[in-house]
Design a protein around this ligand. Structure first.
Ligand code: FAD
Ligand code: FES
Length: 251
């Protein structure tokens, strides 16, 4: 479907925030779902690029994405001006399951895994949960959206590899500052971080859900180009995930 770029700006070096509007099933978005974004007219980049839905405003009919320029597709995307039309597919995939009753929830985010967690934390907060958030980046200059998380969370603990913001260390090092280890855990970020969260939650005996990233082709479950190994066999990250129970994924 065609959506229009409303605003597009840098939120950290090489990291862009794009706000889109247009006909979309805003109310149907589950936190953790993603869009398949067509770059250009699809001739130079045949494959769509998967980007998580970071924030949804149904009232204003707006979707917000945050992405990092890592290659030709995201570079071309970063050149788009407000008013440009972008062809997107979505919302796609299985999002994070929310608790049935009010809980203390711990959310771990790392780098460009952080965007979909904003929608998740808002949904958790709106449903009456107490949310404790740990956000990790390489350096303080890479940080974005802390203010949005702070509006809904009991605590937001930043952590950086170089110690320029928050805890000097990983998100797991920062977990020592949590006021509770919570009753469930959600995470999105690079694979080594997800592995560490998987181990942390298992040691604490807390159920956890993690969102995986794989290179994608169709994005809708048709090509098996994005499979991951789980305890019940190979699963498609785009259609069976990207969110999986942490204890079912073999990382
Ligand atoms: C479900 C899902 C949600 C995503 N959400 C976001 C998001 O919210 N923000 C964001 O910045 N990125 C996100 N990504 C990653 C994003 O899709 C890739 O960075 C993007 O497709 C790269 O396109 P490119 O043409 O610029 O890079 P390419 O030229 O295709 O590749 C450049 C480099 O990026 C790596 N890369 C490409 N695709 C992926 C991928 N899917 N996962 C990991 N590394 C990749 C390549 O291995 C290569 O090193 C998500 C990926 C998935 C699967
Ligand atoms: S990208 Fe085709 S099945 Fe997932």
């Amino acid at each position: 479907m065609d959506m229009q770029v409303v605003s597009h700006s840098c939120v950290a070096p090489g990291v862009w925030q794009m706000e889109l509007t247009g006909p979309f099933a805003y109310g149907a978005v589950q936190p953790g779902q993603f869009l398949q974004v067509l770059v250009g007219n699809g001739q130079t980049h045949v494959l769509r690029r998967p980007i998580s839905i970071g924030h949804v405003c149904s009232l204003q009919e707006r979707l917000t994405l945050v992405y990092k320029v890592v290659g030709r597709g995201t570079h071309e995307l970063s050149q788009l001006k407000a008013g440009t039309v972008v062809d997107v597919l979505g919302p796609l995939g299985q999002g994070y399951p929310l608790p049935q009753a009010s809980e203390d929830v711990v959310v771990f985010g790392g780098g460009l895994g952080i965007p979909p967690l904003r929608q998740l934390v808002e949904a958790l907060h709106d449903a009456g949960n107490r949310v404790h958030v740990i956000l990790g980046w390489a350096s303080g200059q890479d940080a974005f959206w802390i203010e949005h998380f702070s509006r809904c969370a009991e605590q937001v603990i930043p952590a950086t590899d170089d110690g320029t913001l928050g805890v000097h260390g990983t998100v797991i090092d920062a977990a020592g500052q949590l006021s509770t280890i919570g009753q469930r855990v959600y995470a999105c970020g690079p694979k080594p971080m997800l592995y560490a969260v998987q181990q942390w939650a298992a040691a604490a005996g807390i159920p956890a859900w993690i969102s995986l990233e794989e290179r994608m082709a169709c994005g809708v479950g048709a090509c098996t180009g994005c499979v991951c190994q789980t305890t019940s066999g190979m699963q498609r990250v785009c259609a069976d995930g990207p969110v999986f129970r942490a204890d079912e994924v073999i990382l």
